[in-house]
Design a binder for this molecule. Structure first.
Ligand code: PLP
Length: 357
């Protein structure tokens, strides 16, 4: 049995060298005589891991000093509630509806105040990013989902909303390219796509947005709790944070940082999109300017052929190519850790399939 090419949308492929390092350190971490999983989070050895991880993420993403990095749990889905609990001071927020996750964030936000859907691309099955023509200038924040994991779109530019803090769900694109963190109020992401294994949720938040949680906010749902305690108010997801730190080392030392990561991701995505745009059988479903570098949905136009393709793929070591259960078709998630050889091999397989069907 050898490793497959895993196109899962999440939890997703991890760099092989990261898995190798984790394996080598699994039972004894450095000279501690114990696994990272067994360590007290209050120990010196673990403090070095979590603080080192924070430092490394801050450096790689150029996170400004007036932003806190929080290592939380509960997934990106918990942030759908944590954001309004902490930021909806006047009770109003704007949301862009560009996919299923954005819709869920909007619905959750609506439970805490007046959430307004200021733009939506639902009319064309979320295949593009709509313009923002009108928005509430008094809103407490403006929520977007930078990369739509299910439908495969991404923002090609940020909407101009003046001083309203932009809150972005970056679960499926964080660390895929450099971004200007100072343009955002809050960035959050579940780790299981581009950062490491599941169990860790990363929040990057401008300091002035911390400390204004509404009355009754549970202690664990208050950003201030975690900011004041360096993400160790309670037991953090220790092993996932350790794995995240290894992924960050890989980005910095093996991939050469985010500028290089972006070039690599663009190269990978271009291989697949070019083939899709020239194939007589397969086609991409997303309008060109909004195509994701991370999640690439495609179809044959025939459900039976889609099914056959997915099944034959599995036999050849290409797994998790089925589209999200809500949309069908295929989707190749090609996150940071998907090697370019995996994308090339997939395209070769698609060419063969096209010839013989
Ligand atoms: C995967 C994903 C989520 C859900 O993340 P959980 O950590 O499972 O809650 C939310 N938003 C986006 C954009 C995602 O890709």
């Amino acid at each position: 049995m050898s490793r497959v090419y895993n196109f899962s949308a999440g939890p997703a492929v991890l760099p092989e060298s990261v898995l190798g390092r984790a394996a080598a350190e699994l039972t004894e971490y450095q000279d501690t005589g114990q696994s990272v999983m067994e360590m007290s989070h209050r120990s010196k050895a673990y403090e070095a891991i979590i603080f080192g991880c924070e430092k490394s993420l801050r450096k790689i993403m150029s996170v400004p000093d007036n932003y806190k990095i929080l290592f939380l749990q509960g997934g990106a889905s918990s942030q759908f509630a944590m954001v309004p609990l902490n930021l909806m001071r006047s009770g109003k927020a704007d949301y862009m509806i560009t996919g299923q996750w954005a819709q869920k964030a909007f619905e959750e936000g609506s439970r805490f105040g007046t959430a307004t859907a200021v733009a939506s691309s639902k009319d064309k099955t979320f295949s593009y990013i709509p313009d923002v023509e009108k928005f509430d200038k008094d809103a407490d924040y403006f929520h977007i989902c930078s990369n739509n994991t299910i439908f495969g779109t991404r923002f090609d530019k940020l909407p101009d909303v003046g001083d309203i803090p932009i809150v972005s769900d970056m679960s499926s694109c964080i660390l895929s390219e450099p971004i200007d963190v100072s343009k955002y109020g809050v960035i959050y992401a579940g780790a299981q796509k581009n950062m490491g294994p599941a169990g860790l949720t990363v929040v990057i938040i401008r300091e002035d947005l911390i400390g204004n949680a509404r009355e009754g906010t549970p202690t664990m749902f208050n950003y201030k709790t975690h900011a004041d305690n360096q993400s160790m108010y309670n037991t953090p997801p220790t092993y996932s944070i350790y794995m995240h730190s290894l992924v960050l080392d890989w980005i910095e030392n093996e991939m050469g940082g985010l500028e290089k990561m972006k070039e690599y991701n663009q190269k990978k995505a271009a291989i697949l999109y070019d083939y899709l745009d020239n194939s007589a059988m397969f086609s991409a479903t997303v309008q060109r300017p909004f195509r994701s570098l991370m999640n690439i949905p495609f179809v044959t136009g025939r459900e039976d052929l889609d099914k056959k393709f997915i099944a034959e793929g599995v036999k050849q070591g290409f797994v998790n190519l089925g589209g999200h259960r809500s949309v069908g078709g295929m989707r190749a998630s090609i996150y940071n850790a998907m090697p370019i050889d995996g994308v090339k091999a997939l395209v070769e397989f698609m060419k063969e399939f096209e010839k013989s069907n």
